[in-house]
Ligand binder design. Sequence first.
Ligand SMILES: [Zn+2]
Length: 423
Amino acid sequence: MPVIGIDDTDSSREMCTTYLTVEILRRTSLDLIGFPSLVRLNPNIPLKTRGNAAISLTLGRGEGERRIVGTIDGEAVYSFPRYREEKMDIDILSIIERFSPKDERTNPALIISHERGNPEFYWEAVREFIDFRNVLGKVKGDVRTINGDVGIVGANAAISWPGERVTYELISYLDQSRWGGEHSVDDESAKYLEMNFQDTFDNYDFQNGYNAIRPTTKTPVLFGIRGIDPVLLAKHRSVVRSEPYSSYLIYVTNQGTDDHLVERTIDETKLYNSSILTGFLKDNPSWLRGGVLQFTLEDGHGEIKAVAMEPTKQFRLILSKLRKGDRVRVYGGVTKPGFINLEKINVLSLSTVKHIIPPVCRKCGTRMESYGRNSGFRCRKCGARTMKGEEFTERRDIQPGFYEVPVIARRHLSRPLKLGAVK
Ligand SMILES: [Zn+2]
C-alpha cells in the first residue's frame, strides 16, 4: 500500500500540508519513490485552505539509480525510480493528528492505496467543483479522515495527478524549535534568483517590492524556490541567504502549468470554472469602487464582466488602456456568476478609436468650439458655424501581446509568461 495522498492539514493561520512529508520520511524505513508531489487544486473554490494544496508520495523498497531530492536534519533523502511494494511501516494518521492544527476548518484526509488514481479525477478537481459526498464510495484504497470528509477530494486528486505538465519547488523547513516568531530570508537573494535564473519563477516582485520565496503566514516553511529543473533548483539553494533551516525537499508540482484553464465560449462558463475566452470588448474599461477595473467581453455566444481586483495592482493600469472593440484572449476564474477574474490577457488586436473635436475655422484659422451636444461648432472670433467636426484618431497606449498580474498576485497554478508556452 505505498501510494499516499494527504490533503488539508493546514489552516489559514498555521502549518503547511507539505511539512507532513518531512515527518513521514523522518519516521519511515521505506524509500521515497520519485519526487514527492505538491498538487494545487481549483483556486476558485471558496471552501479551501490557504494554498489549496494536497501532497502525495510513494514509498517502497527502492530499485534503480538513486538521486538526492533533499535533506532532513542533515541526512540525505534519496529517491528511486522504481520499487517493490512493501507494507507501510508507520502510522501516518497519527503524524497528521500530531501536526495538523486543531481547528474546525481544518479537515485532514489520508488515502493509502496500491495504485495511483484515475487522472480524470485530478482534471475534475483542478477545474470543477467536486462535492466530497460524491467521492466517498469511489476512492480506491484505505481512506481516513479527521474532522469531516472534505479533504478526500484533495487527497484523491493528489494521487490521481498524471503530471503531464510539471514544475518543481524546493521547500526549506525550519527546525520545530524555531517555528515561532519572525524569520529572515534575504530580499537580495530573491532578487538575485529572479534576475539571473531563467529556469526559476515567482521569486521576487520588483514592481511591488515583494519577496515571494518566503511565506506570509506562520508555517514551518522558511522559503520555497520554484523552477522547471530540479537539478538546477538544488544548486540555486546556495544562493539564498537566510537563517538556518534543518531540512529541505524538492517537490514536483502542477504550479505554473495552467492546468486549471479550459478554452471555452462565454456561454459555457460556470461558477468556479477557470477559462480562456476570446472575444471583443463591448465597452471601455471602467473603474469601480475598491480599485476594481472592469470591462464587458462578448464573443458571439454571450457576454461576461472581466474584472481585475485591487490586489492585481499594475495589471489594472494596463487593462485600463484597452478600448471598446479591442480583440482579446483572457485567462481567469469565475468566482461569482457573470464575472471572470483575470490572471492574464493576450491582446490580439487593437481597434481604431476615433474622436470628433472642434475643427479649425475655415475663414480665420482659429480653433472653433463646441456649440453643445449635436449642435455643431462655432468660431468665437468671427462667428462662423459648422456641423462638421474634425476627426481625431486616438494614439493607442498599449501594444498587442501578453500581459499578466504581477508576482504578488499570481495564483499558484497560473503559468508565468516568463516560462513561455502559454496556450
Ligand atoms: Zn473664424
